[in-house]
Design a protein around this ligand. Structure first.
Ligand code: NAD
Ligand code: IPM
Ligand code: MN
Length: 351
């Protein structure tokens, strides 16, 4: 057997609550098997910054690099919290991790599980993945502000798209599509306006598509993509898109599949030079933190993605199946399950 070293970053708000359930499930599903999972906790996030002034020290980053994978909850203060500048933790901790560990594939699956009510009247069979670029785009922090605070202020956020960065994520999307039933890739961008980056993405898709003759592809402008995500989400199989469009579309994807509390993600370094990081799509949800109201399913499904990435595909499937059963069993309940009750129910189904 192998020993897997997993770093755990619970973070802020509901982060620690949902991560506790994810860890419960991870421990249960790997316990007694031939492999061992060794967890190390890291305290990072907005609360940690308030206590220590640290965002992500170099030494912590180096220690995180030694792990096989990272399980992450969520970080961030409440939008109205003035004690901490908005964006500080997001940029200096979370995005620093995604960039430093070269998480170029931000994988975000969307599936409408049986028994889940979609806010859409006719959702159809929703089952697609979003392959969101994770290291470039408007997220790189390439910009600034001059004459700040004056009527003449000019602020820029320049999106960076490299041929190398776009090609590797587009190739990953096609490779994933080739392993799926429908084998279809949709590029989402806005090349009618963002002509520089947009045409790079478009040319790259055309070029990479030639390597995958079995995969079909089409294109949607991002505004139209939001229409079809509402009117006909079942049409999508694999969406490939840039960092910002992918962020926005995956919150919408979460909403149409019954809530952001079910949406898992992986920040994946496919070349495995650094550990990949698995986290719910949602944030720290300050509005419901500390009340056992958060749905831990997104965090638990992130564990399934992590297990799959580590080569533990049987354990991964077992977790996903238990989650699916738990979701179905919710229909018969009169009261909502609490955060830990959902974790317990999933563990019971695994047993
Ligand atoms: P959010 O995802 O935290 O919350 C949006 C809404 O979804 C809220 O009403 C919340 O209660 C609900 N929600 C979220 N997760 C839920 C769950 N598991 N179960 C039930 N309901 C859930 O987004 P926000 O309010 O825009 O951001 C709050 C903070 O989180 C901000 O500081 C933001 O920067 C940060 N954030 C962090 C991450 C991350 O760490 N990956 C992701 C998104 C936002
Ligand atoms: C997400 C979040 C992050 C993002 C923020 C908190 C940096 O919204 O993981 O979707 O924009 O990627
Ligand atoms: Mn987001």
């Amino acid at each position: 057997g192998k020993v897997f070293e997993i770093a755990v970053i619970p973070g802020d708000g509901i982060g620690p609550e949902v991560v506790a359930e994810a860890v419960k499930v991870l421990n249960f599903v790997t316990n007694g098997g031939e492999n061992e999972v060794n967890l190390t906790n890291y305290k990072l996030g907005a609360e940690h910054w308030l206590e220590t002034g640290e965002t992500l020290p170099e030494e912590t980053l180096e220690n995180l690099k030694k792990h096989d994978a990272i399980l992450f909850g969520a970080v961030g203060a409440a939008p109205g919290d003035t004690r901490i500048p908005s964006g500080l933790i997001e940029r200096e901790m979370l995005l620093k991790l995604r960039f430093s560990l070269d998480h170029y594939v931000n994988l975000r699956p969307s599936k409408l599980y049986p028994g889940i009510e979609s806010p859409l009247a006719n959702p159809g069979n929703i089952d697609f993945i979003v392959v969101r670029e994770g290291t470039e785009g408007p997220y790189v922090g390439n910009g600034g502000s001059v004459r700040t605070g004056t009527p003449h202020e000019i602020a820029t956020e320049v999106s960076v798209n490299t041929a190398f960065g776009v090609e590797r994520v587009v190739r990953d999307a096609f490779a994933r599509a080739s392993r799926r039933e429908r084998k279809h890739v949709t590029l989402v961008h806005k090349h009618n306006v963002l002509v520089h980056a947009g045409h790079l993405w478009r040319r790259t898709v055309e070029a990479v598509a030639k390597e995958f003759p079995e995969v079909t592809h089409d294109y949607l402008h991002v505004d139209a993509a939001t229409i079809f995500l509402t009117t006909d989400p079942a049409r999508f199989d694999v969406i490939v898109t840039d960092n910002l469009f992918g962020d926005i579309l995956t919150d919408q994807a979460g909403a149409i599949t019954g809530g952001i509390g079910l949406s898992a993600s992986g920040n994946i370094n496919m070349s495995r030079t650094y550990p990949s990081m698995f986290e719910p799509v949602h944030g720290s949800a300050p509005d419901i933190a500390g009340q056992q109201k958060a749905d831990p399913t997104a965090a638990i499904l992130s564990v399934a993605l992590m297990l799959d990435h580590l080569g533990l595909s049987e354990e991964s499937k077992a977790v996903e199946q238990a989650v699916e059963k738990e979701i179905t069993s919710r229909q018969e309940l009169t009261d909502r399950r609490t955060t830990s009750e959902i974790g317990d129910a999933i563990v019971a189904l695994l047993a």
